[in-house]
Design a protein around this ligand. Structure first.
Ligand code: FMN
Length: 388
């Protein structure tokens, strides 16, 4: 077993173990992947202020996200088809998050269902909602999340229509994979994944199959999204969903200060500054770059979270010091899951936690809650100079 010291190590093992189709699905951004790349390069552009001779004993990474205690303010982002990256992937990731003390968010497009995860973890998790044309189905989905004891509803706003990721089309992405000569050849080299999958609780979209009538093909993410997602979603509908839910609501996919003000108006408990990990509007700015303007607009009135591009504890620290109250990791935990199942997700969380803690110490801070702009060196032109 190789010595795993960082998230990239997990990614290398992940790439060897998981079928090409699902690796490509996670590793892609939309179209030219400019936004996907800049999510990382913009984090790199920010530097840290090293401080010395500060008592660094008794450090703490604990904090709160939407009023919930967290071991560190890093939640697992909703990731569709997680159960295709590893057998029972959602259950395993949710258990790892529970044991670590960070929130887990279950995607609408998960393989394990809401009920599977609730039963297997016995702990509250967050549920991410995509809104569909079929209002009855959406109402039932919300009710199922309530019945399962989910402690927040994360409504994703940046995917009413799917951004094109070239490789998914070329690979014929589906769950379960369709057995073409190309996929069979690739699966033959991923036998451990295959054996795991034979024993998996589910291999189809668990929140959809058996819960919706008359769907032509739920196995293809692209086809299902095009057919079923609600193109008419607007702020009035979001307000209605919020009312129907009756609990904490997080609005995910905000990248613009005006939209952040709308989210505030609608009464959300938190927003996630996100470009969906560079998978939707290619050409949009990185989340970390969008954060300052959004914080200026609403930061003192609503909790602001961030995702997209976080691969290390240093990235987490940069986002928190910029002013985010919490962050989410998508691919970083998927690499761990695909590499080693539940222990791999735990390993990813441990790596990020350790990096965050040590970085914090070397910046002369003892608590994530005291991080601020004073810890950062931000390039003068970081926010960009755009025509009005
Ligand atoms: C493979 C994959 C599937 C995703 N599926 C969903 C989803 O079903 N719902 C959702 O709201 N976001 C989804 N996202 C976006 C993540 O929630 C999150 O915004 C993104 O992964 C953050 O960027 P990062 O991967 O660079 O951390 C997905 C991301 C990836 C990589």
């Amino acid at each position: 077993m190789p010595v795993i010291t960082n998230i990239d190590d997990l990614k290398r093992i992940y790439q060897r173990r998981v079928p090409r189709m699902f690796f490509d699905y996670a590793e892609s951004g939309s179209w030219t992947e400019q936004t996907f790349r800049e999510n990382s390069s913009d984090f790199e552009a920010i530097r840290l202020r090293q401080r010395v001779a500060v008592d660094m004993s008794g450090r703490s990474t604990t904090s709160q996200m939407i009023g919930q205690d967290v071991a560190m303010p890093v939640a697992l982002a909703p990731v569709g088809l997680t159960g295709m990256q590893h057998a029972d992937g959602e259950i395993k990731a949710a258990r790892a998050a529970r044991d670590f003390g960070v929130p887990f968010t279950l995607s609408t497009m998960s393989i394990n269902s809401i009920e599977d995860v609730a039963e297997a973890t016995g702990a509250p998790f967050w549920f991410q909602l995509y809104t569909m044309k079929d209002q009855d189905y959406v109402s039932r989905l919300i009710q199922r999340a309530k019945d399962a004891g989910c402690s927040a509803l994360v409504i994703t706003l940046d995917l009413q229509i799917l951004g094109q990721r070239h490789k998914d089309l070329k690979n014929g992405l589906s769950a379960p994979p369709k057995l073409t000569p190309k996929t069979i050849a690739n699966l033959a080299t991923k036998w451990a994944w295959g054996i795991g999958m034979l024993g998996a609780k589910r291999r189809e979209f668990g929140n959809i199959v058996g819960h919706v009538e008359g769907i032509s093909d739920a196995s293809s993410l692209g086809a299902w999204t095009n057919e079923q997602f609600d193109l008419t979603l607007d702020w009035a509908k979001i307000a209605k969903i919020k009312e129907q839910w009756g609990g904490k609501v997080i609005l995910k996919g905000i990248l613009d200060a005006e939209d952040a003000r709308m989210a505030l108006k609608v009464g959300a408990d938190a927003i996630v500054v996100s470009n969906h990990g560079g998978r939707q509007l290619d050409g949009a700015i990185s989340s970390i770059r969008a954060l300052p303007e959004i914080l200026e607009a609403v930061g003192d009135q609503i909790e602001v979270h961030l995702d997209s591009g976080i691969r290390s504890g240093q990235d987490v620290l940069k986002a928190l010091a910029m002013g985010a109250k919490g962050v989410y990791i998508g691919r970083a935990f998927i690499y761990g899951l695909g590499a080693m199942g539940q222990p791999g997700v735990t390993r990813a969380l441990e790596i990020i936690h350790r990096e965050l803690d040590v970085t914090m110490a070397l910046c002369g801070e003892t608590s994530v809650q005291k991080l601020g702009r004073h810890n950062l060196l931000i390039p003068k032109d970081f926010r960009g100079k755009w025509e009005a």
